[in-house]
Design a protein around this ligand. Structure first.
Ligand code: SF4
Length: 371
C-alpha cells in the first residue's frame, strides 16, 4: 500500500516464524529494495517501508524465493493468522494453524474483510486476549475453545475439528452481513446478531492480561524493539543466531536462546524506558500524520511517572497502540494530551509542545505520586 515514504509491503511469516535463511534474506531485501529499517506490527507481521514502485517486482520475486508469499494474493489477504509466539511442537498450534491456512486457501473460502483475523492461542494460558482478532481459538484441557471476539461463550472441540469450526464462524459472519464495504469486525456484528446455538454452550473463562516483557522464556530469549523497528543490520546478525518468532508486542523471540547480544535497536532489560513507549510512523512517513511522533516519544519516555505508558500518535486514528495511560496526538498545532484514554477521546489539554507536556507530567507526578 502507498504511504508518505513509498510503498509499504507487509510480510506474513508462516506460523509467525522466520527461519535463519528467511531472516537473512529479508534483511538483504530491505537493504536493496526498501528502507533498511523493518517494522513489526501488532498482528506479528513484518513491514518493509519506502519501497519504490520500480523495485516492487524484484522485492516480490525475492520474497517468493524465501517462501514468504502465498501462491495467490487473495489467499495471502485472508491468511490473517496470529499465533501465540510461545507455541511448542507438542501443543496443537502448528496443525491448527496449517488446517486454517488450508481452509482459507480453498476455492470456497469466504471473502473476509482485510482486517478480519484469527488468534491461535493454544498455550497453557491465553496470551492474545488483548491482541486484535475476530475469531479466537484457545486451549481448554485437551480440547480447543473456538469463540467469536467479544462473545462470552464458544464451542469446545477436539483440536482436529478446531479449524473447521472456526471457518463455520467465519461463514456465519459473512452470511449475517458482517462485511460492509470490505470492512467489518466480529465484535460489532455481535451487537446486532445472536450467535449460532453451537457457539453458546461453553463459557469463555476469564484470564489475566498477558504482561508482555523482555527476557528469557522456555521458548527463547524475548528481545524488544523500540517502536517495533528492526534495523536490517541487526536482523542480519540475529539470523546467524537462531530462528525468530515474531510477537504482536513489538518484540521477537530468539528461539532456544537465553541471552541476546547487545545490538542496535534491541531492548533486553525490563527497566528500559523504551518499553513504556509506543509511537506510530507519524510525519513525514505517514501521509495522514499531522506531526512527528518518535522524537517526541523519546523525549517523554524518561519523564513518565512510574507505572505509566505513553502512546504518541500522528493523528486521531491511533494505529500504534490503544492501551497506554497517556496519549499524545499531533494536531497540526501542537499535541493534544489525553490522560487515560485513546487517540479518539476528548483531550484533557491541547496545543502542547514538549515543554508543556513535561509540565503536565510534573503536575501529574506531584498530585498523584502513587500513579
Ligand atoms: S495513527 Fe495516523 S499518523 Fe499514525 S500511522 Fe496511523 S494514520 Fe498515520
Amino acid at each position: 500500500m502507498p504511504s508518505g515514504d513509498g510503498l509499504v509491503v507487509r510480510v506474513r511469516p508462516m506460523r509467525g516464524r522466520l527461519t535463519p535463511l528467511q531472516a537473512q534474506g529479508l534483511a538483504t531485501l530491505a537493504q536493496h529494495h526498501a528502507l533498511p529499517m523493518l517494522e513489526l506490527t501488532s498482528r506479528a507481521n513484518v513491514q518493509l517501508r519506502g519501497v519504490h514502485p520500480d523495485n516492487y517486482p524484484a522485492l516480490l520475486h525475492g520474497l517468493r524465493g524465501l517462501g514468504l508469499l502465498d501462491p495467490h494474493a487473495d489467499v495471502e489477504a485472508r491468511r490473517n493468522l496470529l499465533l501465540a509466539p510461545f507455541w511448542t511442537d507438542t501443543d496443537s498450534t502448528a496443525p491448527v494453524c496449517d488446517a486454517l491456512h488450508h481452509a482459507l486457501a480453498a476455492p470456497d473460502a469466504p471473502t473476509l474483510p482485510a482486517k478480519f483475523g484469527f488468534a491461535i492461542d493454544l498455550g497453557a494460558q491465553p496470551v492474545l486476549r488483548t491482541s486484535p482478532a475476530d475469531i479466537r481459538l484457545e486451549r481448554m484441557g485437551h480440547h480447543v475453545l473456538v469463540y467469536a471476539d467479544g462473545a462470552s461463550t464458544g464451542t469446545c472441540v477436539p483440536p482436529d475439528e478446531a479449524a473447521h469450526r472456526a471457518m463455520e464462524l467465519a461463514r456465519w459472519f459473512v452470511a449475517c452481513g458482517g462485511v460492509t464495504n470490505g470492512r467489518g469486525r466480529m465484535a460489532s456484528l455481535l451487537q446486532q446478531h445472536a450467535l449460532p446455538a453451537a457457539f453458546t454452550r461453553t463459557p469463555v473463562a476469564p484470564a489475566l492480561a498477558h504482561a508482555a516483557t523482555v527476557g528469557p522464556t522456555a521458548t527463547g530469549m524475548v528481545v524488544g524493539l523500540e517502536f517495533g523497528q528492526l534495523p536490517a543490520d541487526t536482523l542480519h546478525q540475529l539470523s546467524t543466531l537462531a530462528p525468530l518468532r515474531i510477537t504482536p508486542w513489538r518484540s521477537v523471540v530468539l528461539e532456544g536462546l537465553h541471552t541476546a547480544p547487545a545490538l542496535p535497536g534491541l531492548i533486553t532489560r525490563t527497566d528500559d524506558a523504551r518499553l513504556r513507549v509506543a509511537a506510530c510512523t507519524g510525519a513525514p512517513g505517514c501521509s495522514q500524520a499531522l506531526g512527528p511522533t518518535r522524537a517526541l516519544a523519546r523525549l517523554v519516555a524518561p519523564l513518565l511517572p512510574a507505572g505509566r505508558t505513553v502512546h504518541v500518535s500522528g493523528c486521531t486514528k491511533g494505529c500504534a497502540h490503544q492501551g497506554a495511560t497517556l496519549t499524545l496526538v499531533a494536531s497540526g498545532e501542537g499535541y493534544h494530551l489525553i490522560d487515560h484514554g485513546t487517540a479518539h477521546c476528548s483531550p484533557d489539554a491541547t496545543g502542547l509542545d514538549a515543554a508543556g507536556i513535561a509540565a503536565y507530567l510534573e503536575q501529574a507526578r506531584l498530585h498523584a505520586p502513587h500513579v
